[in-house]
Design a protein around this ligand. Structure first.
Ligand code: ASP
Length: 461
């Protein structure tokens, strides 16, 4: 068989494909010592080794089958896929808002490269228009690829670069900003941009997708349309995340950048507002605020770009039986501030006390947040809380742990004066600490449950 049939496969993997006459793009049944896999054999990507055959299984996921486990393979069909996106010129319509889309990478920017089998970014306006022509009814679009990374590779220097790029666009008079981003750390970036881009005159909407556009169940197109609508036509000028509301594709939700978290590894409705209700519901045609006290779009607002970050800040997730060395090693590595993620109302075990005292002596600032995510740190209720506060740990109310880490990095990038750091940490910029959680926030308005849907129908009218 011609080498083209095995696109890029080498070594043991190639031997096996040849032995059983299974081609790339062939539908295959692969028997292994771990059970049978059925799916389409994909071309080998640049990053794959010779020890796996990559198969797109029925759910749409790509999995690597370890060649050492394969006992038999059979080709049952053959269909060459073409995932190329046609480029079409994005039309400009005079009365539509101008939106800037910054690409950073992630699944939303991805399609399967039929040549290499790798998931690669596709982000030009032409490609987006080719893939989602409805976007042209919502806004005029300009795109810029700032990064092309999966979101585990986003971090402080990327946050600062993004904040500066957003500032430039706002100065030029853009009507709204959308940022395409991997979902895994979308909420970290949303928090960072909330602190780094303040008093924005226009909406700043972060959007991702859980499933890439080559999968039938992809949420990429709908999320993009919702995000473009929120950015171009919506009235909420805050840093927000826009993703699926319920598990169905009925509507999207806008979540405040400081109160949101990825809560499910694979559901499309993975982002949830924590400790509050989401900001708004969104579809292709409208944005319906749920919270009334949002920061509105206003042309006369002067944006402030504050791109600061001290990277020597850490998070420590408490585990039962934790020993002082866990904290000591952070102190000894020169960390200046540490967010502890404690149990219940904000507790850690007594064995950690010596390390906590050492942190205080060395001027390392410690803050308390919660593993429960919902609710407030309250260190007055139990002795442990009182002990910890006496040792200098500062409770952070209902600030989410990741938000606290981002904020501490941002604050310590500007000052190391402990009193100033404490004051800035405890002064909310956009609801990272709220006075109270709404009584219904814990379950209601998160979508997907019948009684919640009923409630939402009432709000939507
Ligand atoms: N791993 C990907 C990322 O966060 C997942 C996604 O985009 O949804 O970049």
């Amino acid at each position: 068989m011609n080498a083209d049939f095995f696109q890029g496969y080498k070594g043991e993997a190639l031997e096996l494909l040849k032995k059983y006459n299974v081609r790339v793009w062939g539908q295959a049944e692969i028997d292994t010592t771990r059970g049978q896999f059925k799916g389409t054999v994909l071309p080998r990507s640049e990053n794959d080794d010779n020890k796996h055959i990559v198969v797109k299984v029925i759910t749409g996921y790509n999995i690597g089958v370890d060649v050492s486990t394969i006992t038999k393979m059979k080709e049952t069909g053959y269909k060459k896929a073409n995932y190329a996106i046609p480029e079409k010129e994005f039309p400009t319509t005079p009365n539509l808002p101008n939106v800037k889309l910054f690409g950073t990478g992630g699944t939303i920017a991805s399609r399967l490269d039929y040549r290499t089998g790798a998931v690669i970014p596709a982000f030009s306006p032409g490609e987006l228009y080719g893939a989602v022509p409805e976007l042209a009814d919502i806004c005029n679009l300009n795109t810029e690829k700032v990064f092309a990374v999966f979101s585990e590779n986003m971090g402080p220097s990327q946050y600062m670069a993004l904040a500066k790029a957003i500032g430039k666009e706002i100065e030029k008079g853009i009507d709204g900003i959308v940022i395409g981003h991997g979902t895994d750390t979308l909420h970290h970036t949303a928090a960072a941009l909330t602190f780094m881009v303040q008093n924005s005159p226009v909406p700043i909407v972060l959007v991702g997708s859980q499933r890439s556009s080559d999968r039938p169940s992809s949420d990429a197109a709908l999320n993009l349309m919702h995000a473009m609508n929120a950015a171009g036509n919506g009235d909420i000028a805050e840093v927000m995340i826009c993703m699926f509301g319920p598990t169905s594709d009925d509507y999207g939700l806008l979540h405040k950048g400081t109160r949101v978290r990825k809560m499910h590894s694979s559901y499309r409705s993975t982002f949830r507002t924590i400790g509050d209700t989401p900001l708004a519901m969104v579809n292709r045609y409208s944005v319906t605020p749920i919270k009334k006290d949002y920061k509105p779009r206003r042309k006369d607002k002067n944006v402030q770009i504050l791109p600061f970050f001290e990277t020597k800040v850490a998070m420590l997730y408490y585990w039962p039986g934790i020993q002082p060395d866990a904290l000591d090693s952070l102190i000894d590595s020169g960390y200046k501030g540490i967010i502890i993620i404690g149990t219940g109302l904000g507790h850690v075990n007594k064995e950690l006390y010596p390390a906590i005292e050492r942190a205080k002596e060395k001027g390392v600032m410690l803050f308390m947040t919660l593993q429960t995510l919902w609710g407030y740190v309250n260190m007055f209720v139990y002795d442990t809380g009182r002990d910890l506060m006496a040792k200098g740990i500062i409770p952070l109310g209902n600030m989410l742990p990741e938000v606290a880490w981002v904020k501490l990095g941002w604050v310590m990038g500007q000052t190391t004066d402990p009193e100033k750091v404490k004051e800035m940490m405890l002064t909310p910029i956009n609801d990272e600490i709220t006075e109270r959680e709404p009584y219904n926030g814990y379950i209601v308005l998160q979508g997907g449950v019948p009684e919640v849907e009923e409630f939402i129908k009432k709000v939507r009218k």
